[in-house]
Design a protein around this ligand. Structure first.
Ligand code: FAD
Length: 381
C-alpha cells in the first residue's frame, strides 16, 4: 500500500494550494475530494471571485492578498490561461466611512497603488453608477477578479503535473489520539500518511461535529447575473470596475465573459447543509437584487436575470480563517473558515500551511482553534 507524506482532503481553493505548496517542497501528496475540484457544491465553485488588497486597517489580509496575487499570476502564466482579469476594484464610501479611510492608509503602508476619487470624479468617470449616499471612492487599479472554478482546476492540473496524485474519494471522520496512521474512505479503503490536512470548507462542521460543529457556520449565499442591453459596453471592463459599498451589503462585478452584471448579497443567509441545500435562487433574493440594480444602475431597470448561483460561505465566528491542528490528533490539521473572503488567499494559505507542517513555522493566533468562538460576530469582511 502506498504511504504518502501528506493526504489533503478537500480540493477547493485552500486544499488545492496546500497540496501545491507541499508538492513543490518535495513531499509525496495525495489530494482527495468527495465530489471534485471546484465542484458545484463547493464554495470555490463560482465563476468569479474578487481579489482586492483593501481590508480596512487589517494589514495581515492585505499582505496575504499581495502575496497571493503574485502567485496566481505566475500559475496562470505557466498554464497559459488568463484567469485573472484586472478590472480594478472600486470601494465606494458614504459620509464618514472610516473603513475606506483606514483601507487607504493600510494600502499606502503596504505599497499598494490606489487612487482616491471625489464625488465629482466618480460622476464623471462612472456615469452608469447611481451614487445615492456615496461621497467618495477608492480605486485599486491593479486588483480584479479570479475566474474561480477554472482557477482551482488550473491549480489541480498543475499539481498533478508536479506528481501529486488526485482522486475522487470521501474521507470519513478519523478517530484516535496522538498521531493517527491512516484515514478511511466511505468505501472502506485505508489511506496511510504522516500528516492529514482537512480542507473541507463548509463540511468541516459535519465531519468533525464535536470540535467544529458549533465553530463553522455555513450560510446560504445567492448570486445573480443581469443581462446588459445589446451593444452596450458601459457595464463591462474597462468602463465598469468591480465595486463594493459595504453599507449596501451587496457588491458586484462588471459583465465578464458576457455572463452579465454580477450582483452578490454579502449578508449572511440561513444556515445550510452544503450537501443538500437547494441551489435554486429564491424569489425574494431576486427581488432584492432587482431593487438594488434599479438603484445603483438605473439604465438596467427591468434587465433580465440571465443566470443565478447559490453557494455557501463557511464562516467562523468573526471571519478569521481556521488553520490549526486537531486538539487530540497531532498530525491532523484543519484548514478552512474562508468566511466569504477566502478565495483570493488560496496561495498564501497553502504557503502558510506548508510552513507550519514542514518547518514548524510560528502560528498566527488569529487562525488558531482556540480563538474560535461559538457565537457569530462578523468583524472581517
Ligand atoms: C457566493 C460567494 C462569493 C464569494 N466571493 C468571494 C470573493 O469575491 N473573494 C474571495 O476571496 N472569496 C470569496 N468567497 C469565499 C471563497 O470562495 C471561499 O472562502 C473559498 O472558496 C473556500 O474554499 P475551501 O477550499 O475552504 O472550501 P470549498 O471550496 O468548499 O472546498 C471544500 C472541498 O472539500 C470537499 N470535501 C468535503 N468533505 C469531504 C470529505 N469528507 N472527503 C473528501 N472531500 C470532502 C468538498 O467536495 C469541496 O470540494 C465567496 C464565497 C461565496 C460562496
Amino acid at each position: 500500500m502506498t504511504r504518502y507524506d501528506v493526504v489533503v482532503i478537500g480540493a477547493g481553493v485552500f486544499g488545492a494550494w496546500t497540496a501545491w505548496h507541499l508538492a513543490r517542497r518535495g513531499r509525496k501528496v495525495l489530494l482527495a475530494d468527495a465530489y471534485g475540484p471546484g465542484n458545484s457544491r463547493a464554495s470555490s465553485a463560482g465563476e468569479s471571485r474578487i481579489i482586492r488588497m483593501g481590508y480596512g486597517a487589517d494589514e495581515l489580509y492585505t499582505r496575504w492578498s499581495q502575496r497571493s496575487l503574485v502567485q496566481w499570476k505566475e500559475l496562470f502564466a505557466a498554464a497559459g490561461q488568463p484567469l485573472f482579469q484586472e478590472t480594478g476594484v472600486l470601494w465606494l464610501a458614504g459620509k464618514e466611512d472610516l473603513r475606506v479611510r483606514q483601507t487607504a492608509e493600510a494600502l499606502r503602508r503596504c505599497g499598494v497603488a490606489y487612487q482616491e476619487l471625489s464625488r465629482a470624479e466618480l460622476e464623471k468617470q462612472y456615469p452608469q453608477i447611481g451614487l445615492d449616499g456615496i461621497t467618495m471612492g477608492l480605486l485599486e487599479p491593479h486588483s480584479g477578479v479570479l475566474m474561480a472554478r477554472r482557477a482551482v482546476a488550473a491549480v489541480v492540473d498543475d499539481l498533478v503535473r508536479d506528481g501529486v496524485e488526485y482522486r475522487v474519494a470521501q474521507i470519513t471522520e478519523p478517530r484516535g489520539s496522538g498521531a493517527i496512521s491512516a484515514v478511511t474512505t466511505s468505501s472502506g479503503e485505508r489511506i496511510s500518511a504522516d500528516t492529514f490536512v482537512f480542507s473541507c470548507g463548509a463540511w468541516l462542521g459535519k465531519l468533525f461535529p464535536e470540535v467544529l460543529g458549533s465553530r463553522i457556520f455555513p450560510s446560504r449565499q445567492e448570486v445573480f447575473f443581469f443581462g446588459v442591453p445589446a451593444g452596450d459596453a458601459r457595464f463591462a471592463p474597462p468602463a465598469l470596475p468591480t465595486w463594493l459599498f459595504q453599507k449596501d451589503e451587496i457588491y458586484g462585478m462588471p459583465d465578464l465573459e458576457s455572463r452579465g452584471l454580477k450582483i452578490a448579497v454579502d449578508r449572511h443567509g440561513e444556515r445550510v447543509d452544503p450537501d443538500t441545500q437547494s441551489r435554486l435562487a429564491s424569489a425574494e433574493g431576486a427581488e432584492e437584487a432587482r431593487r438594488f440594480v434599479e438603484q445603483r444602475f438605473p439604465a438596467l431597470r427591468g434587465a433580465p436575470i440571465v443566470e443565478t448561483r447559490v453557494c455557501q460561505y463557511e464562516n467562523t465566528w468573526n471571519g478569521d480563517f481556521l488553520i490549526d491542528r486537531h486538539p487530540e490528533m497531532e498530525n491532523v490539521w484543519f484548514v478552512g473558515g474562508g468566511s466569504g473572503h477566502g478565495f483570493k488567499h488560496g496561495p498564501a494559505v497553502g504557503e502558510y500551511v506548508a510552513g507550519r507542517i514542514l518547518d514548524g513555522a510560528a502560528s498566527e493566533e488569529r487562525f488558531s482553534l482556540g480563538s474560535k468562538e461559538t457565537v457569530q460576530r462578523r468583524a472581517v469582511f
